[in-house]
Ligand binder design. Structure first.
Ligand SMILES: Cc1cc2nc3c(=O)[nH]c(=O)nc-3n(C[C@H](O)[C@H](O)[C@H](O)COP(=O)(O)OP(=O)(O)OC[C@H]3O[C@@H](n4cnc5c(N)ncnc54)[C@H](O)[C@@H]3O)c2cc1C
Length: 560
């Protein structure tokens, strides 16, 4: 196989798929290296069309599998029909000084096959947050820098949503929104009446609700509302690398895929003063081969990107590639998903809602937006879903038939979960173990990440505010729960290789290039200076497309 390329992309998940699409589309011969197996759209979704009775355990994972996989089985999507897309605990061990639930998908498409597809833009309330509130470092970009790239990726990926006109959650290039249920609409109306600064909106999600020519050209059609997304969607109804960016990149004829291939390290040439390629370990034979390129995109997902860069040592960079200031691996942050709330509603019995909706509703952050109003920094968004209980048929035989023929409907219920911003800190970090290595010769990563006082205060505020909002809206039996889940289960881990203006306090510049090694770009969650409250993947996609554009223009100018 040819060993020389114009570009190398490490990882084929959400951000790597975009890097491959953009770089190949701009004419670069690109090698995409993926540590996991190939997963071809349509062909490799083994459970996608199975009926419930065709799944041996009716969709549940067995007690044995749970016992063998205490970490991954805590993820709500780790079900019988999707377990083959998750990394099992024993196959890829890691160390955690403090509990961290690291949820991974090692295959072509990465976690793009598993994600819940919620996609919200950031605003300047997020990009200006660290500077305003005095934590982390200032972001080197503002909303105006990324806004055109949000539009660019939204049009291609297909994002459904409503234009709500909320300053802290800018509108995007939306396909028609999905509908709210009756109880969600009730809460939306009461909330707007009771609070000037709070809104409930339909989730903005990466589902095609009205296929445009650009989606049909990708071979994708409207979401069928099967709500079986985690199995892989044969309609391409939701955005994944497998159904969208990777086949698009393949069509250019410029993409070479290397699967079952673990990037061990990035090669740095001291004389040239640049990275020249990557060392790749064949996942099966364990043989190492170098591949070379002029530009390298690191998209292994936040923590693996930290691992890979820290493992890329040379005499110029003894602490890891580009890690002159020793900050790589530090300031890792996540989303605080510990808070849950549920309630009941006695009324609206004349209404029901039929069908399935692979989406929920969303309350954008309302705390500390325009001014500091609480004794904790930043705020939280809330994911909310309401339905009428009792719908759906369980069991078997006569009782199942009876429920199908004469469904009995219970009361309306509503539930919400908190999505809190955590503050990046030097004391929340990942590091490489000095002795222990995995099967592929990579050091094991060690997590030292925890909640802090700010997170605890925010959680209490969430409980208090939700109780107040639900009771004002007439809900009863309001219950709050602290899941006490470890960091990581939110699956929004970010940072460690943060962007910033100053090479003394950050690793990447405003174009996602390593300050100290300009032909290496990091555009997955590792680059995030702070976390906002939004689901992060849309921002990774937009940053990736933007960085690719910059990389290609620099290459053309002979600057890289
Ligand atoms: C159940 C679930 C629900 C989620 N819901 C949402 C949501 O609603 N909205 C949202 O924004 N985000 C959501 N996420 C998170 C989202 O999936 C991630 O943010 C996103 O996939 C990150 O993209 P990525 O490209 O950085 O990493 P990934 O998609 O994880 O891809 C990384 C790829 O790199 C490969 N790789 C790793 N190391 C190496 C190496 N050394 N060599 C070669 N290849 C390597 C991996 O195998 C993988 O294929 C969810 C995730 C899960 C699991």
């Amino acid at each position: 196989m040819e060993n020389n390329f114009d570009a190398i992309v490490i990882g084929s998940g959400i951000s790597g798929g975009w890097a491959a699409k953009e770089l190949t589309g701009k004419g670069l011969k690109t090698l995409m290296v993926e540590r996991g197996r190939d997963v071809k759209h349509l062909k490799d979704y083994p459970t996608t069309n199975l009926q419930p009775w065709e799944l041996e355990h009716r969709g549940r994972v067995t007690a044995e599998i749970k016992a063998e996989n205490p970490v991954v089985s805590r993820c709500y999507a780790f079900k019988e029909d999707a377990q083959h897309f998750f990394v099992k605990d024993k196959e890829h061990p890691y160390l955690s000084e403090k509990p961290f639930d690291w949820i991974r998908g090692y295959q072509v498409g990465g976690k793009s096959l598993l994600w819940a597809r919620q996609t919200q833009r950031w605003s300047d309330f997020d990009f200006e947050g660290p500077a305003r509130d005095g934590f982390a470092v200032d972001w080197p970009i503002r909303y105006k820098d990324i806004a055109p790239w949000y539009s660019y990726v939204e049009k291609f990926a297909g994002i459904s949503g409503n234009r709500d006109g909320i300053p802290q959650l800018p509108d995007g290039e939306f396909l028609p929104p999905m509908e709210m249920t009756c109880i969600e609409n009730h809460f939306r109306e009461k909330l707007s009446a009771d609070y000037k600064d709070r809104q409930l909106i339909i989730g903005r999600c990466a589902h095609i609700t009205r296929a445009e020519p650009i989606h049909k050209e990708q071979g994708r059609v409207n979401c069928q509302h099967r709500d079986l997304c985690r199995r892989g969607c044969p309609f391409g109804g939701y955005f994944s690398s497998n159904s969208s960016t990777i086949p698009w990149a393949e069509k250019t004829g410029n993409l070479t895929m290397l699967t079952d291939s673990v990037v061990h390290s990035i090669i740095y040439d001291e004389k040239k003063g640049r990275a020249t390629g990557v060392n790749v370990v064949d996942a099966k034979t364990k043989q190492m081969t170098p591949y070379y390129a002029r530009v390298i995109f690191v998209n292994a997902a936040a923590i693996n990107t930290n691992l890979l860069l820290l493992n890329s040592v040379s005499s110029r960079f003894p602490q890891g590639l580009g890690n002159d200031n020793g900050l790589m691996g530090k300031y890792v942050a996540f989303h605080n998903y510990r808070g849950r709330v549920s309630a009941e509603f006695d009324g609206l019995q004349e209404y029901t809602t039929d069908g399935r909706r692979p989406n929920s509703t969303y309350m954008p952050r309302f705390r500390n937006v325009h001014r500091q109003e609480t004794d904790f920094l930043r705020g939280y968004a809330v994911g909310i879903s309401g339905h009428r209980s009792g719908i759906g048929a369980q069991g078997w035989g006569e009782s199942l038939k009876e429920q199908l023929l004469h469904p009995k409907e219970g009361i309306w219920r509503i539930g919400g979960h908190m999505m809190g911003e955590t503050i990046p800190k030097a004391s929340n970090f990942v590091s490489l173990d000095k002795e222990r290595k995995d099967e592929w010769g990579m050091p094991l990563i060690n997590f030292s990440i925890d909640y802090d006082d700010n997170d605890e205060k925010m959680l209490e505020d969430f409980f208090g505010q939700m109780k107040e909002m639900f009771s004002k809206a007439g809900f009863t039996n309001i219950r709050t729960t602290d899941s006490k889940q470890a960091p990581g289960l939110d699956i929004h881990e970010m940072g460690g290789v943060r962007m910033g203006n100053d090479p003394r306090t950050s690793l990447l510049n405003k174009w996602n290039q390593l300050h100290a090694c300009k032909n290496v770009f990091v555009t997955d969650g590792a680059c995030m200076t702070s976390t906002g409250t939004q689901n992060p993947s849309l921002t990774y996609m937009a940053l990736t497309a933007r960085a690719c554009d910059h990389a290609v223009s620099e290459l053309k100018k002979g600057e890289l």
